[in-house]
Design a protein around this ligand. Structure first.
Ligand code: ZN
Ligand code: ZN
Ligand code: ZN
Length: 512
């Protein structure tokens, strides 16, 4: 048990009482920075979070309640909420879907390389399969564009000042104003600018949403759209904003509307309410979801006021379903790519994707792939530890990953199952937490000088920041992420698990 002396000195100026969401985020970012802390007993974890958030006032009991409520400590899979069985997979003929791509997309020449099939795994639904053998590094296909290009919500201020392309968000630093004038790449009404004629012509929604131009059937209420956009910006509601952009394009862009509707219809989906429920323990989930209900109703009202003609088609429940659908299908650049949205997850993926500055996606083999094999990308940062990765997958995508890498790493956690050196007092003191979880977590027991040691480690790590390997490089190299047996080292007479992940340098490369 840690005494007050172990807690950093600025205890006196604690003022903020954090919400359980904030405590949860703080714990998760600690785990991301130092994967070893995933297996600390709750008292030590508490001390580390206190250290990290020195301006916050919260006690150990509040902290432990949060751990239970947010399922951060539970490794008992049967107790964790999952929702993959609630994800709706639309009926569709796979060939028919790829035929849509064939007739309308420049990516069609790669379509012989891949096939969409149902997987035998119920929780995976459909998947993308190789139709040929591929060597590591080989290009499998290119998707020229996402279904709808969605500008990043945090870049709207830069867009309105003409600093970046209003559609693809490319920086305009190197493009001269002479070039912009000569090619008519600016908006006649506002300060917005596009990087190319292609982007300007594709950005059909700008005129309608911002200046009420080409809005003959009054599908958009311009003034209300600006309110909706400002609200999404203020509340950082990225997914609601993205949905607004998608619907604006469906309503305004006659050329792509039919095809895009078919694409979006073919994707799997789940209500955002179900996803939010998945973040909490089963006991806590209903009351916790209630907190989100008002927030969703508010943004839904603004959404419908922006698109009055949608009022009959998109009721509140459909809206939540669309939000959830967007969130489970988007890739790391916040865009949805039709073919790539069929690729399932694996913590040791056999393919990786790359975007160019124009949002073109290229998919490459990371490993040797044989014809008929399923292709897998990783939905989460592969450098995260097994507990964090699985939590992220469960909360964001609704399933518990049972891939071979997860199995192996969980077995490694089990190395200490018979280790009697853990502090038994921790278990009785923390009887709020279920015993299995505590056993699991106590295996990482560390001596009480941990605080000091960690400070040093943090300093050392921050000085190594510049040497961090690039995640993209690691994905490219096709290396296994974490398959070697972790060393067990001796500290102060007690055993502790060392970083399973690479070495310390690599374990810092965790930014998303
Ligand atoms: Zn552009
Ligand atoms: Zn404009
Ligand atoms: Zn896994």
């Amino acid at each position: 048990m840690l005494s007050l002396n172990d807690i950093p000195s600025d205890v006196s100026r604690k003022d903020k009482v954090p919400t359980s969401e904030e405590l949860c985020d703080a714990t998760i970012s600690l785990w991301k920075e130092d994967p070893d802390t995933e297996v600390l007993p709750s008292s030590q974890l508490f001390a580390r979070v206190v250290q990290r958030c020195s301006g916050w006032s919260f006690d150990q009991e509040t902290f432990e309640t949060m751990l239970v409520e947010k399922n951060l400590y539970s490794l008992d899979e049967t107790k964790l909420p999952v929702y993959s069985h609630l994800i709706q997979v639309p009926e569709m003929c796979p060939d028919l879907t790829l035929n849509h791509v064939k007739t309308s997309n420049q990516s069609s020449k790669y379509l012989g390389n891949i096939k969409i099939l149902s997987t035998s795994n119920n929780h995976m639904g459909r998947g993308l399969f190789a139709e040929k053998d591929f060597k590591p590094g080989q290009l499998i296909y290119v998707e020229e564009d996402p279904i709808c290009i969605i500008p990043a919500i945090e870049k709207l201020a830069l867009i309105s000042r003409g600093k970046i392309c209003a559609l693809c968000n490319l920086s305009l630093g190197s493009i001269s104003s002479h070039f912009i004038m000569k090619n008519g790449l600016d908006c006649n009404t506002c300060a917005s600018v596009w990087c190319s004629k292609k982007c300007k012509s594709k950005d059909i929604i700008h005129g309608a949403l911002k200046h009420n131009k080409g809005n003959k059937n009054k599908v958009v209420n311009c003034a209300n759209w600006n309110k909706f956009e400002a609200h999404c910006q203020k509340t950082s509601n990225d997914s609601a904003y993205s949905l607004g952009v998608i619907f604006a394009q469906l309503l305004l862009n006659k050329d792509s509307s039919k095809r895009n509707k078919q694409y979006l219809k073919a994707l799997c989906g789940v209500s955002q309410r179900v996803r939010v429920r998945g973040q909490y323990s089963i006991q806590e989930s209903e009351t916790s979801v209630d907190k989100f209900e008002n927030k969703w109703r508010e943004v839904y009202a603004l959404f419908i006021e922006s698109f009055p003609t949608l009022a009959d088609d998109i009721d509140f429940e459909t809206f939540l379903f669309c939000i959830g659908k967007f969130n489970i299908n988007k890739l790391s650049n916040n865009q949805i790519y039709f073919i790539s949205s069929f690729i399932n997850h694996h913590c040791e993926p056999n393919v990786r994707y790359e975007f160019d500055s124009k949002l073109k996606l290229s998919l490459y083999a990371r490993k040797e792939i044989k014809k008929g094999e399923q292709l897998y990308i990783t939905y989460v940062n592969p450098l995260h530890g097994v507990i964090l990765r699985r939590r992220e997958l469960r909360v964001q995508y609704g399933f518990i990953c049972k891939c071979c890498r997860c199995k192996k790493e969980l077995e490694h956690l089990d190395i200490h199952k018979n280790d009697k050196e853990y502090d038994r007092d921790e278990i009785t003191k923390n009887n709020k937490l279920n015993k299995n979880s505590m056993d699991e977590l106590n295996r990482g027991n560390i001596d009480k000088n941990q605080g000091n040691r960690n400070n040093e480690m943090a300093r050392r790590k921050s000085s190594m920041r510049n040497q961090r390997p690039d995640l993209q490089e690691l994905l490219k190299n096709g290396q296994e992420f974490e398959l070697e047996i972790p060393d067990v080292i001796n500290i102060g007479g007690r055993r502790r698990r060392t970083s399973v992940r690479f070495d310390e340098t690599v374990s810092m490369a965790i930014e998303e």
